[in-house]
Write a protein that binds this ligand. Structure first.
Ligand SMILES: [Zn+2]
Length: 187
């Protein structure tokens, strides 16, 4: 378990990613509530990420299939017309590369605009699909590793305007029955 609340960018992002793995294991098995096995997955992955014996590629090998299924908005599950949306906005330093681009409907695309994905979701009282959140966390982790930001304190991360908002990275997840692997219509 990390210190509460997490004290560094590394603790924050790895804890969130470990929670994601916990949620993924429960949602994949269609559990309504978290069980001991899910908490064990979270604890093991968090420890492994922190000590460097595991990496974020350790789960979600099926992402490519799942995220590209169907012609629906990745955020709301709505039908087209769809446009490519930057998960991390270009405005915040997000890049024009494949893992930062996702299909979204026009409504979500313009509503999200330059906002941080998680900030936007929270404002709309929604939680992203696990595959979209996985993409977001992986981008945040990759960026932080490449830019030596992992060991920044949360305070200095706030001050240095990272491409993601440390105040909205989820550290508590909804119960599995309120989550989905990929966006679903009317979810
Ligand atoms: Zn949408």
């Amino acid at each position: 378990m990390p210190r509460t609340p997490p004290q560094t960018v590394k603790e924050l992002l790895y804890w969130s990613y470990a929670c994601l793995a916990m949620a993924h294991s429960a949602v994949s098995k269609e559990q309504e509530r978290y069980a001991q096995v899910n908490y064990i997955i979270r604890a093991k992955l968090y420890k492994g990420l922190m000590d460097g014996t595991m990496d974020v590629g350790s789960i979600f090998q099926d992402e490519k299939v799942k995220i590209s299924q169907g012609d629906i908005c990745s955020y709301c599950g709505g039908a087209g017309p769809l446009a490519l949306d930057h998960v991390i906005p270009r405005f915040s330093g997000g890049q024009d590369r494949g893992d930062n681009l996702i299909y979204a409907c026009r409504k979500c695309n313009s509503s999200k605009g330059k906002k941080d994905l998680m900030e936007w979701m929270q404002q709309n009282k929604r939680f992203p699909s696990l595959m979209v959140l996985r993409r977001y966390l992986k981008l945040a982790i990759d960026w932080s590793v490449e830019n030596d930001a992992m060991n920044l304190s949360i305070e200095s991360a706030r001050a240095s305007q990272l491409p993601f908002n440390v105040d909205f990275v989820p550290t508590q997840f909804p119960t599995p029955d309120a989550l989905c692997l990929v966006a679903q219509a009317n979810a």
